[in-house]
Design a protein around this ligand. Structure first.
Ligand code: ZN
Length: 411
């Protein structure tokens, strides 16, 4: 998605505000001597911003609008070190609600729905974002917050909630409780809007099956408003995102150059109209790709694929960037192998080698299967792995993707 003329003008206004406020990014721009851009090439010369820059601005160094215009702050959970504090103006709060209401609309949710919100309220952006969007839509909100499953289910029945907003793990827990208590006929849920944590296809199918509802993935991050900047439509062909508020690029996380539409890379977000804390070329470290073409729903909004992992998972083999999710995609095309796999990378005789272990049952020709997988990896990713087929049950079981990759080059 090349940046448009309009978006370039919007970026220029964000640049002006950042320079004027003297924030970290304003200083970066001054150092780079950039005060204005006029083409997509210029845009690509703008420096990136990182979570660390945001942390170092603690507590209020990101504030770009005058104090009297700031109405709220949010904070991302600081698992390591300082949290990030994002100031919002009234317009930012309003814009976020508009985006979130669009998400509900994209999911076919209307002002006749009753939306039960289970993500937490408070410093972080979850609960309140879901709520503001639902109110903007005109739906009835049941603002539960997390936990207290008894009360949660009681309200769900009594209020006849039709939409549940939750993390995938909490949605699954509720689904299992409903099943256990035998109250499914008293539940009126039709749709679930699930927060942006990564979740597997198996979990999705279980929630869908147990609750019998349609599921929608919502994308977002505290640094850029919060959840609600994108969601999938009923065709499930990726998440539409709001390019009148955000410009999204996909870059190669090593060369930092933008990749063509359709190619996997890191999501980099530029806010276009944010006031409290604008961000230019913010590296999310989330992996995805822009889906080329038009969605069958005919929405004019471009699409991001589901989040396929983090850039930290990336491997470089024979000069080619490889992500575990790409290998997973390829293995999905082979129904005869299980969902388990292991990748071992080593450096032998001056060359990188990837050994890929997969499992199958005894009914197929191991050698032939290995040959076919090798060929597919070579044609789709561009290097030749050593594929080893083993008996079902031999590989270690792990929920975490990263555990499946063992890089012996640096051991
Ligand atoms: Zn669509």
């Amino acid at each position: 998605m090349q940046i448009s003329e309009l978006q370039i003008n919007q970026v220029n206004r964000q640049i002006q505000a950042l320079v004027k406020a003297g924030s970290f990014y304003g200083k970066k721009l001054e150092e780079a001597g950039i005060f204005r851009i006029s083409s997509p090439e210029d845009f690509e010369k703008l420096p990136f911003s990182e979570k660390n820059d945001l942390r170092e601005a603690y507590p209020l160094g990101l504030m770009t609008a005058p104090e009297e215009d700031i109405v709220r702050i949010h904070s991302s959970s600081g698992t390591t070190g300082l949290p990030v504090i994002i100031p919002y103006t009234a317009k930012d709060v309003e814009d976020w609600a508009v985006m979130f209401a669009r998400c509900y609309e994209m999911a076919g949710i209307t002002n006749m729905d009753r939306i039960q919100i289970t993500p937490g309220y408070g410093l972080w952006t979850a609960g309140i974002g879901f709520q503001a969007g639902a109110e903007k839509l005109g739906a009835m909100v049941v603002p539960m917050g997390p936990g207290n499953t008894d009360k949660q289910l009681q309200m769900m029945m009594d209020m006849k909630s039709t939409v549940i907003c939750a993390t995938s793990s909490y949605a699954l827990l509720l689904a299992e409780e409903i099943e256990k208590r035998g109250i499914k006929d008293k539940i009126h849920l039709k749709k679930g809007v699930i927060g942006s944590e990564r979740w597997g296809e198996k979990m999705r199918q279980r929630i869908q099956k147990e609750l019998g509802i349609e599921l929608y993935d919502i994308y977002g991050l505290t640094e850029v408003y919060g959840p609600g900047i994108g969601i999938n439509c009923p065709y499930e062909t990726g998440m539409h995102y709001w390019d009148d508020y955000l410009y999204i690029e996909i870059i190669d996380p090593v060369t930092l150059k933008p990749v063509p539409d359709g190619e996997l890379g890191e999501i980099v977000i530029t806010t276009l109209v944010k006031e409290g804390a604008p961000l230019i070329r913010y590296r999310t470290h989330d992996l995805s790709r822009i889906i080329p073409g038009t969605c069958p729903c005919n929405s004019p909004f471009p699409r991001l694929d589901i989040i396929m992992g983090r850039t930290d998972d990336m491997m470089k083999i024979k000069g080619v960037n490889v992500f575990p999710s790409q290998i997973e995609e390829i293995l999905k095309g082979f129904p005869e192998v299980s969902s388990e796999y292991q990748i071992r990378i080593s450096h032998l005789d001056g060359r990188d080698t990837m050994r890929l272990y997969v499992e199958t049952n005894g009914s197929v020709d191991f050698l032939d299967l290995a040959r076919r997988i090798t060929g597919t990896v070579k044609s789709r990713i561009g290097f030749t792995p050593l594929v080893k087929v083993v008996e079902l049950g031999l590989l270690p079981r792990s929920e975490k993707k990263s555990k499946r990759v063992i890089d012996e080059r640096y051991e």
